[in-house]
Design a protein around this ligand. Structure first.
Ligand SMILES: Nc1ncnc2c1ncn2[C@@H]1O[C@H](COP(=O)(O)OP(=O)(O)O)[C@@H](O)[C@H]1O
Ligand SMILES: [Mg+2]
Length: 340
């Protein structure tokens, strides 16, 4: 659906040049909720603003649905932009216009007739849960409601792609969840492809199907969310994952346990239905080892269960080997944190 190839952006001024993004290539499938995560200054906003050419790329290509955005002239670009909606961290609403007129704005620009505009806005208001706010002004709305106006406005011209630049970063956690739910339902209902820029892994965890990690202008890792959460490769990705699934044991506890010659500390990660299997009972019964639970958490990754369990296993080397094999045969990711 969206192909980004060798995309770079260098900002030049009289004083200096800044390479904001460098040689970025991504393939974003139709209907995906594609997260792009990175720390502040990594180049996220530049990347997303190049997709609809709010920023002119210095190099590279962006192809959406077979059409090369980077080659378009001003008129072609105006037309293409009707198919690319965008929402922002600070909403960017027109303060002197009502909710209705804010949502109507892109339709006016696109030359829709008055009646068509009215019909479309009246469809969009209930979709974003604002049917009773048509005639109020942005200053009378909460942050979450403002973003709902932003979403309705972005959807007005029936786009195929929605770009979200830190769309929930100005919202409290509860409101963030409700906006993410709304985005998820729109994605499902209309098959809309969503590109979601964020610095928060919990946003990725809630709704993304795929994720790319951007660090210092470059993509350092990408893949389906399950893959990146279970086996993060880069240091940045590992840091992001541990921000939502912390699983470090206190150092002195580790040292104390490691003093026991027959003990081994393992971290097991589960995904999906195995999260509810009676693994510890099976381990104890089948291999006659002792299992001591040190840390456990269970959460969801989008709609899938995702769990971590840190155990101290005690037994002979043979027993521990068999236990590992048993766990691996069940497709669990097993990692020995410390063994002596
Ligand atoms: N208009 C601009 N002119 C010059 N440098 C810029 C401009 N916009 C962004 N940058 C620089 O590009 C880098 C990436 O910025 P940005 O894309 O905003 O990152 P992020 O959204 O990940 O915080 C930063 O070093 C930033 O200072
Ligand atoms: Mg930004």
């Amino acid at each position: 659906m969206i192909k980004i190839e060798g995309l770079s952006k260098i900002y030049t001024s009289r004083k200096n040049t800044v390479t904001a993004i460098e040689d970025i290539s991504l393939h974003i499938p139709k209907g995906a909720i594609f997260g792009i995560i990175g720390l502040s200054g990594a180049g996220k906003s530049t990347l997303v603003r190049c997709i609809n050419r709010l920023e002119e790329p210095t190099d590279g290509r962006i192809v959406i649905d077979g059409e090369d955005i980077t080659k378009m002239n001003a008129q072609e670009l105006r037309k293409a932009r009707q198919k690319i909606g965008m929402i922002f961290q600070h909403f960017h609403l027109l303060q002197s216009r009502t909710v209705f007129d804010n949502i109507a704005f892109p339709l006016e620009v696109a030359g829709y007739k008055k009646e068509e505009i009215k019909k479309r806005v009246q469809e969009l208001l209930p979709l974003v849960g604002l049917e009773d706010k048509a005639n109020v002004y942005p200053s009378q709305l909460s942050g979450g409601q403002k973003q709902r106006v932003g979403i309705a406005r972005a959807l007005a011209t029936n786009p195929k792609v929605l770009l979200c630049d830190e769309a929930t970063s100005a919202l409290d956690p509860q409101t963030t969840l409700s906006i993410l739910e709304l985005l998820k339902s729109i994605n499902k209902k209309f098959g809309l492809t969503i590109i979601l820029i964020t610095h928060e892994m919990k946003v990725v965890k809630e709704i993304c199907t795929d994720v790319a990690v951007i660090d210092a202008s470059k993509i350092v890792e990408q893949g389906p969310v399950e893959q990146v959460f279970i086996q993060p490769q880069s240091a940045v990705a590992q840091e992001f994952v541990s921000s939502v699934f912390p699983n470090e044991l206190p150092g002195d506890l580790l040292r104390q346990l490691a003093a026991n010659p027959n003990s081994q500390i393992v971290r097991i990660q589960f995904l999906g239905s195995t999260a509810s299997d009676p693994i510890i009972t099976d381990l104890i019964k089948s291999f006659d080892i002792k299992a001591n639970i040190l840390y456990g958490s269970i959460d969801h990754l989008r709609n899938t269960l995702f769990g971590t369990l840190t155990l101290e296993l005690q037994g002979s080397p043979e027993q521990l080997d068999s236990a590992h094999k048993y766990l691996q045969d069940r497709n669990l990711k097993v990692e020995v944190i410390h063994s002596v």
